[in-house]
Design a protein around this ligand. Structure first.
Ligand code: NAD
Length: 406
């Protein structure tokens, strides 16, 4: 079943607009010149808002050279609008009914916007809802942006630390390497480990998932074993800790934190506040010149008292709180995100020779029977398709449960 096929009249091509980001501090862009040809090659017209790529160091001329058009309010008259952050409500309300949007869309904190998208008849896709199955790996923007964040965390730690990461053996003597501890070894944590290792630090890491220990070792770090039960949830993610387990974990981690020159925390549990892994008292045990980098500062913080976008002093340590960390490396973050978007749009494209009944142009034709399309769709056809969000906004379904069927 294909619903919501966007195809222009004969001779007109489907228009994809690249929005200029409006969130304060955002530097990324949803499409880079290098990948414009992938979309025009599929038969789309690509229209970019002036200056959309400027903060990621892509000027308008580079987009034009790549085959795109530049237009103010490019989203007007577009069939599909792509962006990193969700569009502003004022823009959503001015889109034509049936327009599709592709962006990050944090549904739990965007109920008003989701309501607008529903009421305006917009088909919206959320990049963070793309199912994490192997077929969708190339569309997984959570992973691509976490990779950038993990790298950035290690480089920030190295930059703030007033000593070498690597061992240095010189004629003037030997300088020992820095000791780095990484807590949380998902995509970002593993990248932080790999980067700190490449810089020559001695790295130890801990994660609550059993599988993580092997992944930590494969990066050349040693896995910290706290002799606690592991916490696997569904889909390869971690489960939330009980307060007892959390307190025990903090006690057992305290000596590792105290001995670290740099501590990098990247722990998260989907749909929950970041777990608090490190108390202020634990940080205060760290030595002079020590550094803490808390990637989770924006979502509650792994480190008590960390502040997003700020460096705060705790005891001897400088504690750096991450805020929109991928935007601190807009070049690679935009390139990877744009490739994720291209791959998702390609999945939703019906080519001219692909059962075409409309006259030779590519169609944007999401197949809602495909689990990637269905899983990432938030609104379509004036309904909220993402059930947990629908229930949170509209209340429990009135459909009879199986037991009530008569
Ligand atoms: P995430 O951002 O949700 O969490 C980061 C890490 O924090 C996780 O490894 C988690 O186990 C850890 N964590 C949670 N609570 C903790 C605690 N109390 N103490 C220490 N660590 C804690 O995770 P993620 O980076 O998105 O990846 C999670 C898993 O999903 C990994 O196994 C990853 O390999 C897998 N994954 C699969 C795919 C795919 O198949 N397409 C894509 C990406 C990630």
């Amino acid at each position: 079943m294909r619903i919501g096929c966007i195809r222009r009249e004969k001779g007109l091509r489907v228009r994809i607009a690249v929005a200029k980001e409006t969130r304060e501090g955002e530097t990324r862009v949803a499409m880079v010149p290098e990948l414009v040809g992938k979309l025009t090659g599929l038969g789309y017209v690509v229209v970019v808002e002036p200056g959309a790529g400027a903060a990621a160091l892509h000027d308008d001329a580079a987009y034009v050279d790549a085959g795109a058009e530049i237009a103010e309010e490019a989203w007007q008259g577009a069939d599909v609008v792509i962006s990193v952050n969700p569009l502003d409500a004022t823009v959503v309300r001015r889109l034509a009914e049936g327009t599709a949007t592709v962006s990050f869309l944090p549904v739990n904190s965007s109920h008003d916007l989701v309501t607008d998208l529903r009421d305006c008849g917009i088909t919206s896709f959320a990049m963070e809802l793309v199912p994490r199955i192997s077929r969708a790996q190339s569309m997984d923007a959570l992973s691509s942006q976490a990779l950038v964040s993990g790298y950035r965390c290690a480089v920030v730690a190295a930059g703030l630390l007033r000593r070498f990461f690597p061992l240095n053996m010189t004629a003037a003597g030997t300088v020992p390497p820095a000791e780095v501890v990484v807590l949380g070894a998902g995509v970002a944590g593993l990248q932080a480990i790999a980067t700190a290792k490449r810089l020559g630090a001695v790295v130890k890491a801990y994660d609550v998932r059993a599988a993580a220990a092997e992944e930590i070792r494969s990066m050349g770090a040693s896995a910290i074993d706290l002799d606690l039960e592991t916490l696997e949830g569904t889909g390869g993610y971690a489960r939330e800790m009980t307060e007892d387990r959390a307190a025990r974990q903090r006690d057992l981690l305290a000596p590792y934190v105290a001995a670290a020159d740099a501590l990098i925390t990247t722990a998260a549990v989907p749909g929950r506040q970041a777990p608090m892994l490190v108390t202020t008292a634990m940080v205060e045990q760290m030595g002079p010149g020590s550094v803490v980098v808390d990637l989770a500062a924006e979502s509650g913080g792994n480190v008590e008292g960390s502040r997003p976008g700020q460096v705060v002093r705790m005891g001897h340590a400088q504690v750096w709180g991450g805020a929109n960390v991928p935007a601190q490396m807009p070049g690679p973050a935009s390139r990877l995100y744009a490739q994720n978007v291209v791959n998702l749009v390609t999945l939703m494209t019906r080519g001219p020779g692909d059962g075409d009944e409309g006259g030779g142009a590519a169609a944007f034709a999401p197949d809602f029977d495909d689990e990637i399309v269905a899983g990432s769709c938030v609104t379509h056809d004036r309904t909220i398709r993402h059930e947990p969000t629908r229930e949170a906004i509209e209340g429990p379904s009135e459909r009879p449960s199986q037991g009530d069927a008569s």
